[in-house]
Design a protein around this ligand. Structure first.
Ligand code: PLP
Length: 396
């Protein structure tokens, strides 16, 4: 079977909820992926930052295979001997006291919402919990989460919607202040909005929110599912403003792409609101997930991925900004989370980059190209990306 056969088969039987580039990937290794015809590409999306460690990292693979040979799933009805070690590793690395393990990012966000609501009723004493979120947010695809999306296509015809959310303008602290009431239990946002097209809020924004939360006894919840684990040049994007949120959601690179692993990180006081039976997940915290996540975290630390992301990101951003073409509106980014916003649809450029230059990128919101290679990338490999972009924008 060749690429076209696979594409046809997929179109015949698969629901049509994605619009992938027509590249059929068969294998991956580090920053590279290979299609079924054997053509090699640099992956500049990293599965939306789930493979920060690179594809099929041997250390994570070993952990996965070794664990699969022992036991994969016990359910939380029983204890297992990996979960406690994983808890400790994740807590110590991130500086949070407690971990609640889930699987997908959306589940971690759902869990954070439930945490904030319960905390609101039990500790703050609110009547009806309200949570403030931001315009252009992306926190996942569940019914509750899309209830507070401002993206029409994510939301339309999926109602009735979950109540209890108010939407502030991202980056505008005053619009947030105005929404606070005595029932506000949390503010939930991304420190940098990845899906919205790598939107970076003004300097001091997170600090202002921290202050607002402290003054009003509100939980600050940061969704670092995409920005965390080195993607933006530090372990967490919030470190750029020297603040600490009360609650953080993590996922994606927490497993290096081997398995869906997510978590909510917080304090004992806050995550302590859960009692047995009040929340859970069959697969969350399985020995398999825990083993994989431990290895994935080790790789991030041992290979200095945050630092490499910072250095390579600065270099790539600087070089991309040097490309002169009036179709380019702006190039922005932090670490290796970079976006090139155009004055016209970006799809054409993505197609060219992958067909002619072996660079896999994907447009987000029509006009923006997100550039986010695995964090293990080296300078000479960054140069290949730069050359590809230069060439494509020279042709146009
Ligand atoms: C990807 C993402 C999610 C959702 O994660 P899933 O694993 O797809 O459910 C939530 N928040 C942010 C910021 C994300 O980038």
């Amino acid at each position: 079977m060749n690429s076209l056969d696979f594409i046809e088969l997929e179109k015949k039987y698969g629901a049509n909820n994605y619009k992938p580039l027509d590249v059929v990937i068969e294998k991956g290794n580090g920053i590279y992926v290979y299609d079924v015809e054997g053509k090699k590409y640099i992956d500049c999306l990293s599965a939306y930052s789930a493979v920060n460690q690179g594809h099929c990292h041997p250390k994570i693979m070993r952990a996965m295979v070794e664990q699969a040979n022992k036991i994969t799933l016990t359910s939380r009805a029983f204890r297992n001997n990996v979960l406690p070690l994983y808890y400790e590793k994740l807590a110590k690395l991130t500086g949070f006291e407690m971990v609640l393990p889930m699987n997908t990012g959306a589940e971690a966000v759902e869990t954070a919402i439930k945490t904030a609501r319960k905390w609101g009723y039990q500790k703050k004493g609110v009547e009806t919990a309200e949570i403030i979120v931001c315009s252009e947010n992306f926190h996942g695809r569940t019914t509750t989460i899309i209830s507070f999306s401002t993206d029409e296509s994510a939301k339309k015809d999926f109602g009735p919607y979950t109540e209890g959310f108010k939407i502030a303008k991202y980056g505008d602290i005053n619009s947030m202040k105005e929404l606070i009431t005595k029932n506000t239990v949390a503010i939930l946002l991304e420190p940098i909005q990845g899906e919205a097209g790598v939107k970076i809020p003004p300097v001091g924004y997170l600090k202002d929110i921290r202050k607002l939360c402290d003054e009003n006894n509100i939980l600050m919840i940061l969704d670092e599912i995409q920005t965390g684990f080195g993607r933006c040049g530090k372990l967490f994007a919030f470190e750029y403003e020297n603040i600490r949120p009360d609650v953080v959601t993590v996922g994606k690179a927490l497993s290096g792409g081997f398995y869906p692993v997510s978590a909510v990180l917080s304090s004992k006081d806050i995550l302590g609101v859960f009692k047995p039976g009040e929340h859970g997940s069959t697969f969350g915290g399985s020995p398999m997930a825990a083993s994989i996540a431990m290895a994935a975290l080790d790789v991030i630390v041992d290979e200095n991925l945050a630092e490499n992301s910072k250095n390579m990101g600065e270099y790539l951003l600087g070089e991309l900004r040097k490309i002169e073409n009036n179709k380019i509106k702006e190039v922005r980014g932090r670490g290796l989370l970079i976006a090139m916003e155009l004055n016209e649809p970006a799809r054409k450029y993505c197609e060219k980059l992958f067909k002619d230059y072996g660079i896999l990128v994907k447009e987000t919101h029509e006009n923006t190209i997100r550039i986010a290679p695995p964090l293990i990338i080296k300078k000479d490999e960054v140069d290949i990306i730069i050359e590809g972009f230069k060439a494509v924008f020279k042709e146009e």
